[in-house]
Design a binder for this molecule. Sequence first.
Ligand code: ATP
Length: 908
Amino acid sequence: MNTTSIPKTAHTRPAAEVVRELDGDPEKGLTWAEAAARRERTGPNELPATRRRGPLARFALQFHSPLIYVLLAAALVTALLGDHVDAIVIMAVVLLNAFVGFVQESRAEQALAALVAMTRTVATVIRDGRRHRVPSTEIVTGDLVALEAGDKVPADLRLVEAADLRLDESALTGESTPVSKDPAPVGEVELADRRDMAYSGTFVTGGRGTGVVVAVGGATELGRIHRMVGRTPGVQTPLTRKIARFSRLVTVAILALAALTFLIGLARGQPVDEMLIAAVALAVGAIPEGLPAVVTITLALGVSRMVGRHVIIRRLPAVETLGSTTVICTDKTGTLTRNQMTVTAVAAGGRLYEVTGGGYAPHGRFLVDGRVVRPADHPALTATLTAGLACNDAQITEKDGRWELSGDPTEGALVASARKAGVADAARRVAVIPFSSARQYMATLHADGAVYVKGSVERVLPMCADRIDHAGGREPLDRDAIAELADDLGRQGLRVMAFARAELEPGTAQLSEEEPPPLTYLGLQAMQDPPREAAAGAVRNCLTAGIQVKMITGDHAATARAVGERVGLGGGRPIRVMTGAELAATPDADLPEAAERTDVFARVSPEQKLRLVTALQRRRHVVAMTGDGVNDAPALKQADIGVAMGRSGTEVAKESADMVLTDDDFASIEAAVEEGRGVFDNLVKFIVWALPANVGLGLVLVAAIVTGGQLPILPVQVLWLNMTAVLILGLPFAVEPRDADIMRRPPRDPSLPLLTRAHVAQILLVSAVLVAGAFGLFHHEQGIGSTEEARTVVVNVFALTLLAYVFNCLSLHRPLLIGGIRRNRWIGVGALGLIAVQLLYTYAPFMNEVFGSAPLGAGPWLRMVAVAVAAYAVVEAFKAVLRVRESRRVKTAGPGGHRRRSPDPPAR
Ligand SMILES: Nc1ncnc2c1ncn2[C@@H]1O[C@H](COP(=O)(O)OP(=O)(O)OP(=O)(O)O)[C@@H](O)[C@H]1O
């Protein structure tokens, strides 16, 4: 068969013909064996990886930075001046630097690539006549794919059948209104008008359909666009961009300063080579070249850590935003609760039955007033249970002694309750109005003419004309009494559903949603869905962390309130509930205020979620919002952090989200916030720690040049410091555990700069101590010893002071010394490593040869340690002053005057 032209012509020909040509089957699909054989031939169904730069190219790119150019030029000039040792040292450092950068960057990229692999989509394929969920990479040409709302189309399909099928093709055509599909062939028309095709990468927004795969992977239309655009996954975030800009700015400024000192020196008649050396030392010492890489790596490490806590970050900027989150809007069912439903009560024929037995096992009893009854003797009860069983798509099966559910847990609970009573199955189903959150009910029509309806009490009761009495006869309906009973059950935290039926002519084939037949009300079933174990604790942590938690649910207000109370949403005060109807009646102008006050939004439609997010954002909230359905996508996109459910979520929701919870658990959101705050903290700590070295080195050199004395530190020595102290001591920051109080502070205000004024002050303070210590000791040692010894002292003063300063920075607001080593052993390792290499630097003859260092006696060491200790003490004193000021500020402002979204305390 020649199938190469099929993708191009499939839309112009009847579906049956295309299926035949692909050796497929429009009903049963391919066999597993045939699919496996084709998979073997064509490879996985995925877009060809965008050509990544090879390792060599990536290594070469490490040399593409102004600083490296300066260093290479310096190496060349030093070599020309005849100083081969220095030239070799500079080259070695450049190479080492490139290598370290290369390794770190590769690690970051690997971490991010792994995430991409984790977010692969799944699709429903029909093989050997049965439906299977498979990773979409497994799809082959000729496969029969089933589509339903929420699915992402996994390959290019020629539709075989479509029932009300609508696709969002914006990924392909840019047109965001959904397009209706129909399998009838179209002529030679544009992509956007091929109504009989479903293209890879588009989304099903409604209806169902099946189609045969005509193209996979790179051969799809999406693959064609992909080739044209050649998109590379970005690792940039607002923060990394800001840092990169900052460091470019500093680089340019320092290079200009270096050039200026060079020229001034020349004008003053100082020798060219000396001035060149000074300029190079200044450039190398003062430029914070490692900063951008550290930021990216810290973010990437944070992302990897989150995977361990059941969170997959889909967009890197989310890591930053998480730390600033002020409101989390969460679903109830499955996120705060376990989504394990069990019917515990049935109300029918004027009686309230208690139902025993947990899980989905069909074993349990029915009790009235504590006495076991025989369901067969209670016609109204039996009718209610029969409706629950008939109007249902779930199945429960026994496997290894355990009862397992396939389908919706709400429906599983109804199957279990019916089986407990041993009710008979209804006649064959001939038509269905499926359940949707917007519709709030489901109806089925059966071959004997019976119509069964189940759904929310508010939706079902108005459709009922009368009710069944205890003996199975009819009686008038008192809607208020039933609504009150439902409220009562809801207040116990139970999900309450109403059941009804109608008798049509046997053989009726159609169910009309617009003109439902008058129904007879049968009864209520109330089910329990216990809160997740970790939910209450996670909610409490969020509240302590200054983050509001709001529940948004489709469930009834009474039920939602009860569950909200159980997980502690109000934080001790009574819970405030608002219904979707009230929400609809609130004008846009008043909504932000109302949304701020409310803890629980009940009977809310997915569309209203978008309004809520926008309203909260108008109050300058940073909003995280969960969602799982197709209709949740706009709200997920609008939220600062869209959170999709990995297990129960649709592909559309996942695709629109910034992060995905692999366990659907609310506690994982809290964990992600904690990690996000931790990442941010570590970044700030590292920057506050690292910058004084740059500022200090720059100032020492400028001071020396201005005063016209000898250079206190040579370029190779600066390089040495950069390679050892900064690298060895910088490492522990990346793995620094989160502060214990990280969830006891208010969220970070995203409009604040990365470094507060207090941070900058601390950086300048330490820089000043460094300059005074280094410059002072240099002159002191020069007076009593050689210049080599004096320079060795300068290098060691920097190394030791930076070491002491690590202990200041591990907590930016609390004193920390020995405890720091206990909670992060890399600090101990780094400290010992640094001392070892500095001893080597000072005493090893070959180091003396290469770097121009010289052995020191006890006196200089004592003085150097004194400077380091002084630096530590000065910073601790500074932190203490800030703490006192902060506590005074909080006291005078009082709890009420302390605006919830106040900026971080300056001491942090
Ligand atoms: N399978 C179903 N068939 C008929 N009615 C249902 C079904 N599932 C739920 N309902 C009714 O529709 C209401 C809304 O359900 P929906 O699934 O939208 O909310 P939810 O799962 O409780 O919401 P959330 O996940 O946002 O907390 C329920 O309270 C229930 O009365």
